[in-house]
Design a protein around this ligand. Sequence first.
Ligand code: MSP
Length: 695
Amino acid sequence: MTFYITTPIYYANSLPHLGHLYTMIVADTIARQKRQQGIETFFLTGTDEHGINIERSAQRNHRTPQEQADYVVNYYTKMTDTFALDTAHGGYDIFMRTTNSFHHEGVSELWRRIAKAKTPKGNDALYKGHYEGWFCAACAEYKSEDEYAKPANPGDPPACLVHDTKLDRVSEESYFFRLSDYDEALLRLYEEPGFVRPEGRRNEVKSFVSGGLQDLSVSRLRTSVSWGVPVPDDPNHTMYVWFDALTNYITAIGFGNEQQNRAVGFEKFWPALHVMGKDILRFHAVYWPSFLMAAGIEQPRGIYAHGMWLDPNGRKMSKTLGNTIELDVLQAHFSIDAIRYFCLREMVFGQDGRFGYENLIDRTNSDLASGLGNLSSRTLTMIHRYREGRVPSGKISDEGVLSAKRAGVDNDDMAIASFVEHARDEFIRHFEDFAFSRALEEAWGIVARTDKMISDAKPWDLAKDPGQAQTLNAVLYRAAESLRWLCVLLYPVIPNAAREIYKQLGLDQDLGAISPKQLNWGELEEGVQIGEVKPLFPRIDKAKLMSEIKSEDKPEASQPEAVTELQQAAGSGQHVTEADAVPGVAYIDISDFAKIDLRVGEVLTAERIPKADKLLLITVDIGEEKPRQILAGIAQYYEPEKLIGRKIVVVSNLKPRKMRGYESQGMLLAASIGEEGKPVLATFTEEVPNGARLK
Ligand code: MSP
């Protein structure tokens, strides 16, 4: 038996964030659970590297598109290593890149097949036509009238409702996929149980398709978009990036390339379960199944669209609002297991979730530190203390029955055994339905039940009475056995902690290969020597950690970098800002002013810096041989793209300074407005050459 699971392949034009991490965690958890059951599993993630958007961001950053993709991929692989999601840590099996040559071969093969195919209504599936309309580069999607905002000024392009960026006008020859002929076939497909999940999303897709489908433009002229896979036998056309990207799911396992097929196995692993955010469900549930139908390829096993992460107040996360969750803050302060647990516990099936550091701390403290961690340490510590570290027998002999009854302990373990078995069954049922939150509630039901059993039986009192030795044994055994079950159930979600508890229990099998379905109550062996008890989830001091997280944000806090640095440059901190207008300020001499070398510069590139909400990394031509690299604290007020080509003023003789690992070789001049110090960059209204000195 095999199983194939995929995440989306992420755009290689911007850096990874919590949302990307989340889908990988979900897929990784599912993959681990399948592997536990002995199912040979293939787990794909990767990057989507073609198209106009990547071409443009490469241009802005003075990179080739391939360099741009490599640059972003580097961040992705760093993330997967840090969060233990890569192959070395038992995570994904392939990091797919659409620039792989075997992928080109595979996509071309799919295209050729579709080019020969007939639709269910007997027409050619592919035809050449003319496309006239609007395209959003960031969505990589053509937009119909109800999907864009009309411009304020007639003649301007409309704006994308998702990205609020201007749309591109496309008017050119294009290949079309005859999507309009696939509506009935798709609607039949959606009737297959579990094909699109959750139910609410299936209904959305159904009503979209029932409303009628338009044919889909699946190529652009090479003169408009050159960074992509050429259309076979018509290299003047480049394939539409979504056609190219979706196909990665089959090329990765060997469709259209013999070598890759030998290495992985298309027949062996297809069909896949596709996991993605609801934002891109339509591509997966409408376009992709139609392409597959046309090519005569089996449909995916299922399509699961999860919700999106919002901030604790339910707002979309955005750099401008400053409410994003930073991967490096997560990594610095939280264990991987705490992050995984939170992600899976907090996002309710089918809904959006709220992610804030405070909620994460609360959950870590309550469910992990006080819940599972405490149950584990109290159970194991008592086995050490009362039974010299050996798992005692769970049996109560006939003679012991009365004593047990007196202590309020069941003389057999049926009650707890059937509770735990039922919870296990429910856990599996919810898990297979992607209702991870519900599954985890079931597992924590076991934690609560076991905790209560211990508190009711009071082992510390039983230990004082030699006549209660068997009763105490039974309580300790039952607690340890529940812990063993929890380790097996929770391994896919919190692999590290589960392994650690298992080890502390004195067990050494590979949790990654024990199926929860095969657990039998009572199989924990008597006499097992338990290991050293170590804390698993130290309690987090919420106030302290929150203030640390906030202060880490400080270096680029409210005062824009530009102004602060300018003050430092001037020496006394008061000379060259708005303060000049304030009466009573000491005058400077012209020679003081002459110390500052101000130059006209032109912004060549500007980009955000990971982990630094307020900083932009800018390169500026100030008439020198090489452009200057400058860090400016203006990211909250200026979109990097909009700065490119702008003339600005640079303090060029400021001592270089390292910030966030980058050297800043100068400073931009800006007015500082209002209490928050909103920066407004100084500029020129007339033509000025780069490098001209300001006097
Ligand atoms: N390149 C396309 C996918 C092609 S798949 C053949 C793409 N890339 S993306 O970089 O924009 O990634 C989108 C995906 O990232 C979402 O579908 C989801 O899996 C994940 N997320 C991005 N932001 C997210 C949240 N705020 N919350 C949860 N998941 C999020 O679309």
